[in-house]
Design a protein around this ligand. Structure first.
Ligand SMILES: CC(C)(COP(=O)(O)OP(=O)(O)OC[C@H]1O[C@@H](n2cnc3c(N)ncnc32)[C@H](O)[C@@H]1OP(=O)(O)O)[C@@H](O)C(=O)NCCC(=O)NCCS
Length: 308
């Protein structure tokens, strides 16, 4: 099969309403111990290995536990589907730099490259068969109240300079001096500048997660993105009559520079989701297409079905 025919699949699971805590807790009502006694969460937790379950239950806040639970379920589902193994054999391992991966039990069996991100109430997984391509995904969500207060207190330049270890000098300048395309109130302007910053951040995270080096990458400042376009949120897509769901605009066309040389073999894309989320995908193959994100239903699309 030639690369153009293979597409990466992209899944999104919203855990907001999944696995609710039972009624009637008091002081500990928000803790994971209380949450985990619910029938729905018990059912989902039983699908994990002992080690995965212990990790999920280590979180204090149910919202964090639910993201971890969702992440594990999506990884199992992706391995079981792509590598055609039963759920019990869809074992998640760790590769270099602890990037989660799947190591087929039998040599020559089907393999899978994947990456996961979670934030707010969303879990995203991107994956593709084989191991010839590396993938990275990242979700960000602007925390408007908090971010706005910080910018009002210290100014936007100070905001941008905090990230000088992550961005190149050119990127810091681009972020600090960004001029929003449309005029508006001071709040509109700050919102647009923050969205531009988060677009840069999300793209860079997806890239470093694709490589697997993540936080350990010593070259963050030497990786530079130019021509970064900010995707319109879903509400503005609706206003312009383009789409009618949770999804906002998708933007590509990022110029990637690494140690001053143009990188042409990595595909970077970012899409807005609802009002304040963005999801970036990085792929080490420009020839491989990216399927649109599919929003999953946990009962129908994720839990094991008969036969795996
Ligand atoms: C885990 C890490 C890779 C990403 O963390 P994060 O952005 O806070 O969280 P995300 O939700 O996007 O990603 C978490 C997932 O990344 C995956 N992951 C873990 N280690 C990874 C690695 N080395 N490479 C790629 N993905 C990794 C895991 O699947 C994890 O989810 P899981 O534990 O439920 O399986 C983190 O170690 C990191 O390096 N963050 C970068 C932080 C930073 O300063 N970035 C600067 C801008 S680049």
């Amino acid at each position: 099969m030639i690369m153009e025919e293979i597409k990466a699949f992209r899944w999104l699971l919203d855990v907001q309403t999944l696995w609710p805590a039972p009624e009637g807790g008091s002081q500990g009502a928000q803790s994971t111990a209380h949450w985990a006694t619910g029938a729905a969460s018990q059912h989902a937790l039983a699908l994990l290995t002992d080690g995965e379950r212990a990790k999920v239950l280590r979180f204090y806040r149910p919202s964090d536990a639910k993201l971890s639970l969702g992440s594990n379920l999506l990884k199992h589902r992706a391995i079981a589907d792509t590598c055609r193994v039963p759920w019990s054999e869809a074992v998640i391992s760790e590769g270099p730099n602890k990037k989660p991966c799947y190591k087929p039990l039998a040599p020559g069996s089907e393999s899978l490259e994947f990456n996961v991100s979670h934030h707010g109430s969303l879990v995203a997984l991107v994956g593709c068969p084989g191991q010839s391509v590396n993938l990275g995904v990242d979700i960000v969500r602007m925390n408007w109240e908090k971010d706005y207060a910080t910018v009002m207190k210290n100014g936007f330049e100070a905001w941008a300079n905090i990230y000088e270890m992550v961005f190149s000098d050119h990127e810091i300048k681009d972020i600090a001096e960004f001029v929003p395309p449309a005029r508006g109130t001071q709040q509109d302007e700050i919102r647009a500048k923050l969205r531009h910053f988060y677009t840069h951040w999300c793209l860079k995270e997806a890239y470093v997660k694709m490589t697997g080096e993540a936080l350990l990458a010593s070259w963050l400042k030497d990786l530079e993105f130019r021509n970064v376009q900010v995707p319109l949120p879903a509400s503005q897509m609706h206003a312009s009559g383009q789409v009618g769901d949770d999804w906002g605009q998708t933007c590509g066309g990022v110029e990637i520079w690494f140690y001053g040389k143009r990188v042409v073999d990595v595909n970077l894309e970012i899409q807005a989701f609802r009002e304040d989320y963005m999801i970036a995908t990085a792929s080490s193959s420009v020839g491989m297409g990216l399927s649109p994100f599919k929003q999953l239903d946990v009962e129908r699309d994720v839990y094991p079905r008969q036969g795996g």
